[in-house]
Structures are given as structure tokens and as C-alpha cells.
Design a protein around this ligand. Structure first.
Ligand SMILES: C[S@@+](CC[C@H](N)C(=O)[O-])C[C@H]1O[C@@H](n2cnc3c(N)ncnc32)[C@H](O)[C@@H]1O
Length: 252
């Protein structure tokens, strides 16, 4: 588990080149403007290669990105903007001597926390790093969609001028734990030398229901301000894969 994204990180941006980070960032800024409009600083949990952080900084926020994968942070640090900083750290226990107006955790990072104790530690840690009335915005996999749609084997093929990448995702569902192990087999072909390499990584993903998040929020000092389908703003349904939650820090 600790090693997922170690090798995968090299191909992460290629595999998600079709992901619309501009639109997602605009969506998150819309939530910040609605629920905490005076906000200026953001701590981003699981910042990956820094794509949201970079765009949030361009919109005027000061951003600290926390990311467990040193390889991802290495890529993120190439993004030049004096308003962003990245640190290698685990969101369950990172510590910085600063509090922020907003915490974000985007593209299912919280779903990577499959154990209750890791979730509780992370939410308590976010609480400690938020200013009074600070907000926490994150998106997670949605339980009712998992059970209605049932994740299936999927294949994605992408290439740039250097490599061709074929990724197969084979999900294994563990219904008693609300966890899906996504087993990735990634075949990389060097287009200059024709050499091939294979990477196998397992990403265990937890999915959540609204009452589960409400309980977690309540237990760790937050209240639920709002929830909706990520980006479309629709009411979450059995067709909704990613649900966005906005929590507010309660002052204890
Ligand atoms: C699907 S990626 C999302 C990355 C980025 N937020 C984005 O939108 O492109 C999930 C990220 O969460 C990171 N991650 C997972 N668990 C973590 C943890 N406990 N602490 C820090 N980062 C973590 C992974 O290393 C990976 O970069």
C-alpha cells in the first residue's frame, strides 16, 4: 500500500492528461467562495503532481501541498509559482506550524484511507491545521454507485512522443469493508528503443455513504455544510461515482 504511486507516478500525468484540472479548480474555487469567501490559504492533502495546487495559486491562494509520494512531489516541485510549496508527508500525521483557511483533498485521496483509524487521524489532523471556522473540501467514492454499477475491468491506452502506456484496471470488491482493490497492470513501451516494462500496483479504495461521512465529521469536530456530486453539483444518486463534501471546523 505504501508503495502505490511509486512507479505509477512516472506515468500519472500521461494517464490523466484528459482530466480537466482547470474546470475542477474553478469548481473548488466556487465552493470556497460560497462557504468561506474570505479564504486566502489552502493546505492540499495528497497533492499528487500539483495540478490543482498550481491552478489554485494562480487564482491568488497561498497553497501548501502535502503528498506521500516523493516521486510525485519531485514532479510537482517543477511547477514554478512563489505561492505554492510542496512537502513529502503523510496526511494522517503531517505537522506544520501553520493553520489554513481551507483544506482540500481532491481526486479520491480520502478513499485511499481504508482504515477507520487513518480516517479519524486525518480528520483530526485537518482540524488541527484549520483556522477557526475553516472548511474541508474533499471528494470520495460513493457506496451506492459501487453497489449499483459494480466496478469492472477497464483498459486505457495513452501515448506521447516517448512512450506508449497500456493500463488495465482489475477491481476486486470486498463488500464487508467498503473497499475495492484496484489492481493495475501497466505496460510501458519505449517508442525509441521498443523496450517494454511492466508495473503492477494495487490501489485499495474505500467508498463512503453520507451517514458514514457525517459520523466521521461529528466524531472529529466538524459539521457537514454541503454535499453534492463532484463538479456536476447534482444530488448524489446510484449513478454518482464521486461525491464532494464540504465540512466546517467546529471550535471545540
Ligand atoms: C488519485 S491521486 C490524486 C492526486 C491529486 N490530488 C490529483 O488530483 O491529481 C491520489 C494521491 O493521494 C496520495 N496519497 C494517498 N494516501 C496518502 C497519504 N496517506 N498521505 C499523503 N498522500 C497520500 C497518493 O500518493 C496520490 O498522489
Amino acid at each position: 500500500m505504501d508503495n502505490n504511486f511509486k512507479l505509477y507516478s512516472q506515468y500519472y500525468d500521461l494517464l490523466y492528461q484528459d482530466k480537466d484540472y482547470d474546470a475542477e479548480t474553478a469548481y473548488v474555487v466556487g465552493l470556497i467562495n460560497t462557504y468561506s469567501p474570505a479564504s486566502k490559504s489552502i493546505v492540499e492533502l495528497g497533492a499528487g503532481t500539483g495540478k490543482h495546487a498550481f491552478r489554485l495559486a494562480k487564482k491568488g491562494f497561498k497553497v501548501l501541498g502535502i503528498e506521500r509520494s516523493a516521486d510525485m512531489v519531485g514532479i510537482a516541485k517543477k511547477l514554478e509559482n512563489p505561492q505554492i510549496e510542496f512537502q513529502v508527508g503523510d496526511i494522517t500525521n503531517f505537522q506544520v506550524a501553520e493553520q489554513f483557511d481551507v483544506a482540500t483533498s481532491l481526486f479520491h485521496v480520502i478513499s485511499y484511507l481504508t482504515a477507520n483509524e487513518d480516517l479519524i487521524q486525518t480528520f483530526e489532523n485537518v482540524h488541527a491545521h484549520l483556522k477557526p471556522n475553516g472548511i474541508f473540501i474533499f471528494d470520495v467514492w460513493h457506496s451506492s454507485a459501487i453497489y449499483h454499477q459494480v466496478p469492472e475491468k477497464r483498459t486505457k491506452i495513452l501515448s506521447n512522443q516517448d512512450v506508449k502506456v497500456l493500463r488495465e484496471a482489475n477491481p476486486v470488491i470486498y463488500p464487508e469493508r467498503n473497499v475495492v482493490d484496484v489492481n493495475y497492470q501497466i505496460n510501458i513501451q519505449d517508442l525509441h528503443t521498443n523496450e517494454a516494462q511492466q508495473i503492477n500496483e494495487t490501489h485499495p479504495m474505500r467508498h463512503f455513504s453520507r451517514p458514514e461521512i457525517e459520523l466521521l465529521a461529528y466524531a472529529t469536530g466538524f459539521e457537514l455544510l454541503h454535499t453534492e456530486e463532484f463538479e456536476t453539483k447534482a444530488i448524489p444518486s446510484t449513478a454518482t461515482w464521486g461525491v464532494c463534501y464540504v465540512l466546517k471546523k467546529l471550535n471545540r
